[in-house]
Design a binder for this molecule. Structure first.
Ligand code: FES
Length: 109
């Protein structure tokens, strides 16, 4: 796991937005004053989760309204799917997101 510092100011109010980190598209979310980072593509049919919204601790996909837990990534009952979630740490010098390093990157760095 490698931690990457975000190069942005975190707004006061809640938001759902697309960010790019290490060439990867990530959906960054502030919901009820907590920060979450999840995969940007919906596993159902490729909807863009950063175009969605949050409700009761879930990100809602804008295409068919599937819901995924911001805490666990699990789809709502009956969906049987999940999204990747990435750890977020708020440190004194900024916000960091943890990404797994790929095998090949590890090998050649
Ligand atoms: S594409 Fe996201 S719910 Fe269908």
């Amino acid at each position: 796991m490698k931690w990457h510092k975000l190069d942005m100011e975190i707004p006061e109010e809640d938001f759902v937005k697309l960010i790019k980190l290490e060439g990867k598209k990530i959906c960054l979310i502030k919901h009820e004053n907590n920060l979450y980072a999840v995969q940007n593509t919906c596993p159902h049919a490729g909807g863009i989760l950063s175009g969605g919204w949050c409700k009761n601790g879930h990100i809602i996909c804008p295409i068919h309204r599937y819901e995924y837990s911001l805490q666990t990534g699990r789809g709502a009952a009956g969906q049987g799917d999940y999204i990747d979630i990435y750890p977020v740490e708020e440190r004194v010098d900024g916000v960091y997101i943890g990404l797994k390093e790929s095998f090949w990157k590890k090998l050649f760095s």
